[in-house]
Design a protein around this ligand. Structure first.
Ligand code: S3P
Length: 184
């Protein structure tokens, strides 16, 4: 766990901020968000789920009809809404950091934790995850090569907006949540 000093002390019971979980596909953002919110007695939300429910379409269908650009527009609008919330743990889509504006909004509306895993682990998890078919259309060449390529390209963006990062490889869900609480 890399620890970066937060800008102000984090006191879950009294603060009105949010916690945003960022990171590549398959780093466990949604699962961790649920458990972290339970521990903090906060609510949780998932930006991908909201994009899908607003559109009445799966992410795969949005990509097919509107291209990645259409999906990114929808994602940015949902982020605007999520930034108005308080005491929420929010799992974001892996590409939310692509827009500078989004990175700025994340930093302004809460604490940002970057969940990490190596490309091989991510690719294996994606293959085992039943949501991959409808939620994770190919971004470039597909497969492990895509994960390596895109992860490499995005690392600086995740780092740019995170208060700290937590590895999810070989760790239990409970340990990951504990690391996040320590980090903040
Ligand atoms: C994407 C990640 C997905 C989803 C969409 C695009 C990305 O979210 O937003 O398929 O660009 O990395 P998860 O990170 O929840 O899989």
């Amino acid at each position: 766990m890399l620890r970066i000093m937060p800008s102000s002390p984090f006191a879950p019971s009294s603060c009105n901020t949010n916690i945003f979980l960022i990171g590549y596909r398959g780093t466990g953002k949604t699962t961790v968000a649920r458990l972290l919110a339970e521990k903090l007695k906060w609510d949780w939300a998932d930006s991908d789920q909201l994009v899908e429910s607003r559109a009445g379409l799966s992410i795969r269908e949005i990509f097919a009809r509107e291209g990645e650009g259409g999906f990114r527009e929808r994602e940015a609008l949902i982020l605007d809404e999520l930034c108005q919330r308080q005491k929420h743990v929010i799992a974001t889509g892996g590409g939310i950091v692509l827009r500078e504006d989004n990175r700025h909004k994340l930093r302004s509306a809460g604490r940002v934790v970057w969940l990490t895993a190596d490309a091989g682990t991510i690719w294996q998890r994606m293959q085992e995850d039943s949501t991959t078919v409808n939620r994770r259309p190919a971004l470039t060449v597909g497969g492990l090569a895509e994960v390596e390529q895109v992860l490499n390209a995005r690392e600086a963006l995740y780092r740019d907006c995170a208060d700290g990062k937590v590895s999810t490889v070989g760790r239990s869900l409970e340990d990951i949540v504990q690391d996040i609480l320590l980090l903040l």
